[in-house]
Design a protein around this ligand. Structure first.
Ligand code: NDP
Length: 627
């Protein structure tokens, strides 16, 4: 393997970029400064430039070291090597060298140097460096006029080293590939060939984006071999069997230290199983949730990677580069935690989404069919609510309520039978397994289930006809109810995260999770922004106990009760809002009806019970039939 030498004047970024390149190439990094004699260091620190005689011993030390680096598999070296004769000296080592010449203007670099501290190089010496500099007429010439991250992508691209090999050019895969390519991240793509149905997918994709010059493959083995080691392979194939099948096909061609990133909506227990299997083969694995749909994948998704920390350290810069940005321009991507935490968090994201969507649908239905608002009026009202909520889902609902097809509302032509791909149910099952109350999200899944029973509903609607109702509820009351129900739905979701984090010892950072959901995903909202701030200091707290919400909850709880009560009375289902309210009443009840449950359990099954007049942990049984 080649020795990569990043050269150029001091302050141009040789060390930062060199370390990053070494990380990509999984080779050691060396700094030529460490090969100076003590005499040279003293001289430089006193502000005297080195002469060529001083440099002789230095170059000789490096040259000798380079020979041993090549024997042990290559290295990256940051070395000014300003003059051609210094470079010729290093070339005498006889090893294969890839020269990467980094350059920038004198003004920019001197500004950088002035701001740098703790470095023995004095900014005043920059002048002499520029005078000495003889730019090479070979190698890669890279202008360092951007962030280190972007410059790194430029280097990888010029080196023709794909940082990522992407498998699966479906809806999400194509968008992600274009997102990466547009950020100058070198990629190669692969799609399977299925005779008669899926032919030339990778070729057609690459050919339709000639500007990006994306290498494409339809042979998996050739694709894998084309990637530099250690390989980073991003799967964007359908969750379930397809992921297992692709991993199975990949394994024989992979080496230890290669990385597979599963970017699909895989079930977290599948991710746990795959991570275990790949670990045995010393292959790294990141179960990575990607949100935001096709457009998000193209313009910047929220990304939730979980698994091996060292895998994240290797590709985190790529994931962060393609992610959406939060309001402070930080990437909506963070290392979630070990194991299957990334896919768990993505699943729960979708769970919250289920609750939020159903809530909006419920308030729409109530407004339209019990308060008899016109769709346009509801759109105006939702727009008004969104000044406060800043919710993506509310904003698209406004557009849906205005969307006409042939002068008619398209919404009215859409069959009221909701589809689902499973993440809502998965979240509910996870909550049941962990014993966590999950009222709103589970109810949202059930609401979709009952909607799908269209034929049954039509039959029952004939048998048990609803009476027509004309409700009057103020817009303010409705908004207060909606706002509190939405908060409760979010609180429910974060409670499941808290339980999972403790059960699996993931040490999730809830504030960071909320932050990466503030953009590039469907549940972005003003509330999410607020949570990202509030949870910084209150990570272990139930969301509803946060002081910042206290007043709102106090003010809005009677509105939620009023709206739910009125709606139910008017034969109008409001399942998620009701679930939110019941959860809230239960949560705030010092005493519940569970003593009756315990008594029944003990009566028929001798399950025992604890007594209010006894000690916690002391269990009693009564022979009920004889008493
Ligand atoms: P698509 O159906 O559009 O694409 C699936 C891709 O997987 C295709 O390239 C397909 O290849 C490939 N594939 C399927 N089966 C196999 C197999 N056995 N071997 C090799 N390749 C296979 O799906 P999406 O892009 O929409 O979704 C991909 C993943 O992303 C899913 O897990 C999905 O849940 C998740 N996701 C999707 C979102 C969306 O909005 N669409 C949003 C967030 C996540 P071929 O063309 O040959 O069929």
């Amino acid at each position: 393997m080649s020795i990569y030498i990043l050269m150029g004047v001091s302050g141009v970024g040789k060390t930062t970029l060199g370390k990053s390149l070494a990380k990509h190439l999984q080779t050691p990094f060396y700094d030529a400064d460490d090969f100076h004699s003590e005499k040279n260091i003293q001289k430089m620190s006193k502000g005297f430039p080195l002469n060529d005689e001083d440099r002789e011993s230095w170059l000789e030390n490096i040259k000798n070291a380079m020979q041993s680096w090549e024997d042990s598999g290559g290295a990256v070296l940051a070395c000014s090597a300003l003059k051609e004769k210094y470079r010729q000296h290093l070339k005498q080592s006889g090893v294969s060298i890839t020269w990467i010449y980094l350059y920038e203007s004198f003004e920019t670099i001197s500004h950088r140097l002035e701001q740098r501290s703790g470095h023995y190089f004095k900014a005043a010496l920059l002048n002499s460096q520029f005078e000495t500099l003889e730019p090479p007429k070979y190698g890669l010439h890279i202008r360092v006029d951007d962030t280190a991250e972007k410059t790194m992508h430029k280097i990888m691209k010029k080196l023709e080293l794909p940082e990522i090999g992407l498998i699966g050019l479906g809806v999400m895969g194509k968008s992600l590939a274009l997102n990466m390519a547009s950020k100058q991240i070198p990629i190669a793509v692969y799609n399977r060939e299925v005779q008669g149905s899926e032919e030339g997918v990778a070729r057609d994709f690459a050919n339709s984006h000639p500007d990006h010059q994306i290498p494409w493959f339809d042979d998996l083995q050739v694709f894998v071999k084309s990637l530099p080691k250690p390989r980073n392979i991003f799967l964007m194939v359908n969750a379930g069997k397809a992921v297992d099948s692709v991993i199975q096909q990949l394994i024989p061609h992979l080496d230890k230290g290669d990385l597979i990133i599963d970017g699909g909506n895989s079930h977290y227990t599948d991710t746990q199983r795959r991570a275990k299997k790949l670990k045995e083969k010393e292959i790294l694995f990141l179960g990575t949730g990607v949100s935001g749909g096709e457009e998000g994948a193209l313009k910047g998704p929220s990304i939730m990677p979980g698994g091996d920390r060292k895998a994240y350290d290797r590709v985190g810069n790529v994931l962060e580069a393609i992610a959406a940005k939060d309001h402070q321009e930080n990437p909506c991507c963070t290392y979630i935690g070990p194991g299957a935490s990334g896919h768990f968090v993505k699943m729960l994201h979708n769970g919250i989404e289920y609750g939020e969507m159903q809530l909006i649908a419920e308030f729409y239905q109530l407004l339209r069919f019990r308060l008899h608002y016109q769709p346009e009026q509801i759109a105006d009202l939702f727009l008004d609510w969104n000044k406060d909520m800043k919710s993506y889902l509310l904003s698209i609902s406004v557009e849906i309520l205005r969307f006409q097809e042939k002068n008619e509302l398209l919404l009215d032509k859409i069959l009221d039978a909701a589809g689902q791909k499973g993440t809502g149910s998965w979240s509910s099952i996870a909550a049941l397994n962990l014993g966590v109350p999950f009222d709103t999200i589970t109810t949202a899944v059930m609401a979709r289930n009952i909607s799908a029973e269209k034929e049954l509903r039509l039959t029952f609607a004939e048998i048990f006809k609803h009476t027509e109702h004309f409700l009057e509820i103020s817009e303010e009351e409705l908004f207060k109810a909606y706002k509190l129900a939405s908060l409760i739905n979010h609180a429910t979701g974060f409670e499941l995260l808290r339980a999972a984090s403790s059960e699996y010892n993931w040490q999730l950072n809830f504030s960071e999770i909320a932050r990466i959901w503030t953009n590039g995903c469907i549940i972005k909202s003003g509330l999410m922004q607020q949570l990202s701030e509030l949870l910084k200091d209150s990570a272990g707290q139930h969301v509803l106990s946060l002081e910042a919400f206290r007043e709102m909850i106090e003010t809005n709880k009677s509105s939620l009760a009023f709206v739910v009560g009125k709606s139910v009375e008017a034969e109008n289902p409001l399942p998620v809002a009701s679930a939110a309210l019941n959860y809230f009443w239960n949560l705030t009840s010092a005493t519940t009806s569970a003593n009756m449950i315990q008594a029944q359990r003990d009566y028929f099954g001798a399950h025992t019970y604890e007594r209010t007049d006894g000690k916690r942990g002391e269990f009693h049984h009564t022979n009920w039939s004889k008493s």
